[in-house]
Design a protein around this ligand. Structure first.
Ligand SMILES: [Ca+2]
Ligand SMILES: [Ca+2]
Length: 308
């Protein structure tokens, strides 16, 4: 058989046995746009956990508005990280001296949740910066000279196990864009050191310090400073030092006696829940102070008055 004859037969055979071709599903224009945008704007990149010199670093890496959730669980034996996280995700408790949460990705929907059956005990303390929601479902104590410092969108201590404390010379600093909540039985305790709370660190007036009736703040002789859009104080605050209240927003008024909209309001009942050496209300940038009801002194040892 000559080559031309062979080729002719080959093509004849080919044309009589069609190849089955799958058609790709047609995308709508909207779906095409989503496909283009997703890699750029909704990239869920797992946080990276690493241990170095006893410091457990959890570096949140997601960008844009993608949700990134990491749960740290202390079961008494290990600290186990679950959720959107990779790397050193199970570490013996005794080898972790400090926890540092960082945000290299910049997503605005990151959550760090502390859980477990045993409270975290950290000789190097805790720092968290940029994680948008930080929730202490489990307690954490910083010992020695270690401090607890959290800067977040929202910070909550939801339950009786949520106690945060420093037992040595460290301080507690909680700073949130939109609120700090001490829920049922939760406490902040510092041993003669400062507790500094800012419930509205972007200064837009939205951000309340909310302390339920069984929540407590106690600092021995340390200062307790509170900056917020408003304060809802149903639990107790105690120190032999000073307690200061300042509106977070420049020019925001203060109302003593009434919880009025648009103001930092402290009622007589709320002020009676404070036991302190001195109570200072107002700052150099706060607005008008209005006394709208009778304020009686129950637990205050002395009032320094309205320092402005
Ligand atoms: Ca963030
Ligand atoms: Ca705010």
């Amino acid at each position: 058989m000559g080559s031309s004859t062979w080729l002719r037969r080959f093509f004849q055979a080919s044309s009589t046995s069609p190849v089955a071709r799958k058609r790709r599903p047609q995308l709508t224009n909207a779906a095409k746009v989503r496909l283009l945008l997703q890699p750029l704007e909704d990239r869920v990149t797992p946080a990276i956990a690493s241990l170095s010199s006893g410091v457990l670093t959890i570096n949140f890496a997601s960008t844009g508005t993608s949700v990134e959730v990491v749960t740290a669980t202390n079961d008494g034996t290990n600290i186990v990280l679950t959720g959107d996280v990779t790397g050193s995700t199970s570490i013996p408790v005794a080898t972790v001296t400090a926890i540092a949460a960082t945000d290299s990705g910049g997503s605005t929907a990151q959550t760090l949740f502390f859980a477990g059956s045993q409270a975290y005990l950290l000789t190097g303390g805790l720092s968290s910066v940029g994680i948008d929601t930080v929730t202490f479902g489990n307690g954490l104590a910083a010992t020695g000279g270690a401090s607890i410092a959290v800067s977040a969108g929202v910070i909550s201590l939801p339950n009786p196990a949520s106690d945060l404390s420093t037992t040595g010379t460290g301080t507690i600093t909680l700073s949130a864009k939109n609120g700090i909540t001490l829920g049922s039985g939760a406490s902040l305790t510092a041993s003669n050191q400062t507790i500094a709370l800012n419930a509205d660190n972007d200064g837009d007036g939205t951000g309340m310090l909310n302390v339920v009736s069984t929540g407590t703040l106690a600092s021995g002789s340390g200062t307790i400073s509170i900056s917020a859009g408003d304060v809802d104080l149903n639990g107790t605050i105690s120190t032999t030092g000073s307690v200061t209240f300042a509106p977070s927003q420049a020019g925001r008024p203060i109302n003593l006696g009434t919880n009025a909209a648009g103001a930092l309001g402290l009622t007589d009942a709320e002020l009676d829940r404070i036991t302190a050496g001195t109570i200072e209300i107002g700052s150099t940038t706060s607005g008008t102070i209005t006394v709208s009801a009778t304020i009686t002194s129950t637990n205050k040892r002395s009032d320094s008055g309205f320092s402005r």
